[in-house]
Design a protein around this ligand. Structure first.
Ligand code: HEM
Length: 399
């Protein structure tokens, strides 16, 4: 039996219908509607429960990334993959082996003192006991500094990094201005190409130099592969981490008891970091395409069918997180959230992102912040891919 009857709820996942300010009732209704539901308008399945999102994400053989990871890519035929996320084994496995060493645990541990110092410097400059915009005054700064630092982008150009990454994300303000978007993307590509060329001549202590010289049994990334990867890195590591930090601090303002519990016992910073990731889920959804006729959650899926994995919904699934899945709880453990995806494409920068969030929380505690208060409405991003806060007036109180 073909289970493809259109589920009207899925219409709300479209750009102009998406309930950006509070999508969680929609997610709950989608989870109740079934393990997989069909969107006839776009021609794709929606997986909104944790079990099916992880089943699809885990299996790169039955579900490929090469035919697009976003619904607007359905039917698009790329001459070459636009990002590493669009590759499948064996190309993905090779790619991953070449770039993984630059993001390994040892590298992140070595960066820790620098990132913690940057977070402390940032928080020392942020005004306390008066209203600030948590995005521009705080959350946007550290991810840009860290990406700038690890890529070896000169400090004077760090303010361009935000503009470059905005120009690469569908749904942001810059995206809607094609001329400006193309100009910014060209500027970013030129800057990255220059950094690659100079690293070839004289290696520095940064990720670009490591990637240029990384050698796996004589195999290396080509210039085109390097350019594609660096482009992606700059975007993947910036917007997402910023939204986790801003969304996390907004969550604390909405759950004042939780900030107090964290200040009381800072050993909870690690579990709090993962709860922030679950709660904010900065990447709302990615897609796969079935390579064979198969079955997911008891529903038959035909070869060629796209399946959207709704991470933001899976992260509130009561079957995985229990009856308090809809509660922000900093000591949640276990916490098998899928904010970083699941399976072979699991986020390469997860350790780095966790460190940036934890360093921010620690720096705020060190600065004596006792409460985080909302003093105005929170504005959320209009994107259906990235869940984010665009503006939130908060007060960090130290007295
Ligand atoms: C809170 C912050 C972040 C979130 C929520 C996030 C989320 C994700 C998700 C959901 C994926 C899975 C893609 C897929 O399955 O197709 C992913 C992959 C990836 N992320 Fe992140 N990310 C974050 C931070 C970072 C950082 C800091 C970096 C690097 C500096 C980074 C680099 C990457 C790369 C390169 C991939 C592709 C991995 C692959 O295809 O094998 N991310 N990320």
């Amino acid at each position: 039996m073909d289970g493809r009857h259109h589920e009207p709820l899925t219409e709300q996942l479209a750009d102009d219908a998406f309930p950006h300010d509070d999508p969680f009732p929609l997610y709950e209704a989608l989870r109740a509607a079934g393990p997989l539901v069909w969107n006839a308008t776009g021609g794709y399945w929606v997986a909104s429960r944790h079990a099916e999102v992880t089943a699809v994400g885990a299996d790169a053989t039955r579900f490929c990334s090469g035919r697009g990871i976003l619904t607007f890519e359905i039917g698009v035929d790329y001459p070459s993959p636009p990002t590493m996320m669009h590759t499948d084994p064996p190309a993905h496995t090779r790619y991953r082996s070449l770039v993984q060493p630059a993001f390994g645990r040892r590298v992140v541990r070595a960066l820790e003192p620098t990132i913690r110092a940057a977070a402390a410097r940032l928080i020392a400059q942020v005004r306390t006991n008066e209203s600030i915009d948590i995005v521009t005054d705080l959350a946007a700064i550290l991810p840009v500094q860290v990406i700038g630092m690890i890529l070896g982008i000169p400090e004077a150009e760090w303010d361009r990094v935000w503009a470059w990454s905005e120009a690469s994300i569908p749904g942001t303000d810059t995206w809607s201005d094609p001329e400006r978007r193309n100009a910014l993307r060209a500027e970013m590509t030129a800057e990255l190409a220059e950094l690659v060329a100079s690293a070839r001549l004289a290696p520095r202590h940064d990720v670009i130099s490591q990637l240029v010289h990384e050698d796996l049994d004589g195999d290396r990334l080509s210039d085109d592969e390097l350019a594609m990867f660096l482009n992606q890195l700059l975007v993947a590591g910036n917007e997402t981490t910023r939204n986790a930090i801003s969304g996390g601090l907004v969550a604390f303002s909405e759950h004042p008891g939780e900030w107090g519990r964290l200040v009381e016992d800072r050993a909870r910073v690690d579990t709090a970091t993962d709860e922030i990731l679950r709660w904010t889920t900065p990447v709302i959804a990615f897609m796969r395409t079935a390579t064979v006729d198969t079955v997911v959650g008891g529903v038959p899926v035909a070869a060629g069918d796209p399946v959207l994995m709704l991470y933001a919904s899976a992260n509130r699934d009561e079957d995985e997180f229990g009856s308090d899945a809809g509660t922000f709880r900093i000591d949640r453990s276990p916490n098998h959230h899928v904010a970083f995806g699941f399976g072979p494409h699991f986020c390469l920068g997860a350790a780095l992102a966790r460190l940036e969030i934890a360093a921010t929380l620690d720096a705020l505690i060190d600065a004596g912040v006792t409460t985080i208060d909302a003093v105005g409405p929170v504005q959320r991003s209009r994107s259906t891919i990235i869940a984010g806060v665009t503006n939130a007036p908060l007060v960090l109180r130290t007295r």
